[in-house]
Ligand binder design. Structure first.
Ligand SMILES: NC(=O)c1ccc[n+]([C@@H]2O[C@H](COP(=O)([O-])OP(=O)(O)OC[C@H]3O[C@@H](n4cnc5c(N)ncnc54)[C@H](OP(=O)(O)O)[C@@H]3O)[C@@H](O)[C@H]2O)c1
Length: 252
């Protein structure tokens, strides 16, 4: 059975991946979708030609991974694509955001992504793809969004290291590093008013970010950055010392 697995499939980038994966892969038997909001994923069933297998699971709970692991063992699928899109951020200085929110960010953005990837590895083979959603926040520390940015630096580093390990097996790993995207992300991160003027100027549509991510994965790119503004920021942050960038961010 050929399958794709998508986390964060109830909203934003994840739901868009489910929609576009169907166009990319002819002959997928099922797409396994993972998120907490079951009804949202059920709505997708009517939209798609490929059968969906819905896992209404909270990735903060260890039992969720037992359920996925048991299902993988039972079905022994050929995973053609794994998309780790589940994630969230909380805006605010580290001393003001609750400790639970900060550790939950690490759990979902880093631990769950790593755990699911490791569980899936035995079922991936030559030509399989892993897409991990990092962020442009991974390029540099971000005061006021410190823990989130740190989790995304982890995702970028993990993806690049894993991609190198899997190169000889023909498995492609792509870290997606978008700037702001028009999803529910900022409703959860804080209020939409927290999006500064620069972010409003460069905000992207999830359809565009996902389309490029899939094209970059097909082109075997290790990193996918949507939009000219984010590409410039990415290059600039490799050239300018981060201490100087942090001073500029504080002033903004
Ligand atoms: N939007 C942006 O500006 C932006 C920019 C760069 C990177 N990103 C990254 O892109 C990814 C997708 O975010 P998005 O923009 O699409 O935001 P979103 O619309 O809020 O989607 C987040 C998804 O993650 C799932 N999720 C969150 N916590 C979960 C948990 N404990 N268990 C299972 N699923 C969980 C949510 O599903 P349920 O709530 O149904 O569980 C939802 O499907 C995230 O990793 C985010 O960090 C977003």
């Amino acid at each position: 059975m050929k399958i794709a697995i998508v986390t964060g499939a109830s909203s934003g980038l994840g739901i868009e991946f489910v929609r576009q994966i169907e166009d990319l892969y002819v002959g997928l038997d099922e797409i396994w979708v993972i998120a907490r909001r079951e009804q949202r994923m059920e709505l997708l069933v009517k939209e798609l030609k490929t059968p969906l297998r819905i896992f209404a699971l909270d990735l903060l709970l260890e039992n969720s991974f037992t359920i996925i692991s048991n299902m993988l063992e039972k079905e022994n699928p050929d995973i053609r694509m794994l998309v780790n899109a589940a994630g969230f951020g909380k805006i605010g200085d580290t001393e003001t955001v609750s400790v639970k929110s900060q550790t939950d960010m690490i759990e979902v953005n880093c631990k769950a992504l790593t755990q699911l990837t490791c569980l899936c590895l035995p079922y991936l083979s030559a030509g399989s793809r892993i897409i991990n959603i990092a962020s442009s926040a991974s390029f540099c520390p971000q005061p006021g969004f410190t823990v989130y940015a740190a989790t995304k630096s982890y995702v970028l580093s993990f993806s690049r290291g894993l991609g190198s390990e899997l190169l000889n097996k023909g498995i492609v790993v792509t870290a997606v590093c978008p700037g702001p995207v028009d999803t529910e992300f900022f409703d959860i991160a804080g209020s939409k008013e927290n999006i500064n003027a620069l972010k409003k100027l460069v905000i992207a549509k999830p359809e565009q970010v996902v389309r490029l991510a899939l094209l970059d994965s097909v082109s075997k790119k290790s990193v996918s950055v949507y939009g000219i503004a984010m590409k410039i920021i990415n290059v600039a942050l490799k050239l300018i010392p981060h201490s100087m960038v942090l001073k500029i961010i504080r002033r903004l």
